[in-house]
Design a protein around this ligand. Structure first.
Ligand SMILES: [Zn+2]
Length: 254
């Protein structure tokens, strides 16, 4: 499977998967970079996948559907430009000769979906739920929901490649280092990602194995993370309580 990052807006990535002929795009917030990508790789768009309704993930859906007459698969959510073929938790479908699986991951929004493509190593398209070294803001969900959603993603194989929808990694890593100042994996990953960004390269995909070592929102059961969360408002060590305190701290973190 070939996977291309199409940058959009200031820090979005629209992921385009293709087999050399046919292409699938995930979360086309803007049609223009998708059209340019299809043209430059000489591809035919066959399907649009949408993780959630936010405009920076759906703004290009109508223009692409009108031009290419392709189906849109996404959550049952009236805020996504219709018609959408609704898919839900545990649904499976086939695209580009691969089996895909849907995971409902509420937290950032109530209807947020993640898509897993079963390539040689699994590919995870997680929208704004899981970021490298971070997680999405809780606009419509509770810390408890987000913890359960992240736990389901974390249970996928460690080699799973993580395709998030934003380039937030370096700022997330600065926060991760504040949560765990003695975590050597975070310190060394800051070096890696700083180099990539200096070369104009995406820091994505990450892997779930990497995220398990550096992402504070996946590490809510680690004693150093629990201790930091306590200092920042967590009343006890329940993972959702830890996650909620981290998320609030992160919202104000400079
Ligand atoms: Zn969003």
């Amino acid at each position: 499977m070939n996977i291309v990052a199409l940058p959009a807006f200031s820090d979005n990535y629209i992921w385009m998967l293709h087999d050399g002929r046919q292409a699938v795009v995930v979360d086309p917030g803007d049609a223009a970079p998708v059209k340019a990508g299809l043209e430059s790789h000489r591809l035919q768009l066959t399907t649009i996948l949408v993780t959630h309704h936010h405009p920076d993930h759906t703004g290009g859906v109508n223009a692409l559907r009108d031009e290419f007459r392709v189906p849109v698969l996404g959550p049952q959510d009236s805020r996504i430009p219709s018609p959408v073929q609704a898919v839900a938790d545990n649904d499976t479908f086939e695209l580009l000769n691969r089996r895909w699986e849907v995971i409902h991951v509420p937290g950032h929004t109530r209807d947020h979906l993640a898509f897993v493509c079963h390539d040689e190593t699994p590919l995870l398209f997680c929208g704004d739920t899981l970021f490298s070294a971070g997680c999405g803001r809780l606009f419509e969900g509770t810390p408890d929901q987000m913890w359960r959603s992240l736990s389901r993603l974390k249970a996928l194989p460690p080699a799973t490649r993580v395709y998030c929808a934003h380039e937030y990694t370096l700022s997330n890593l600065r926060f991760a280092a504040a949560v765990e100042p003695t975590n050597a994996d975070i310190a060394s990953y800051i070096q890696v990602c700083t180099r990539l960004r200096a070369q104009g390269q995406p820091t994505l995909p990450s892997t779930l194995g990497q995220e398990a070592k550096i992402n504070p929102f996946l590490r809510c059961t680690e004693p150093p993370v629990m201790a930091s969360a306590r200092v920042h408002g967590a009343k006890d060590d329940r993972p959702a309580e830890v996650l909620g305190a981290l998320r609030q701290w992160k919202n104000q973190f400079q």
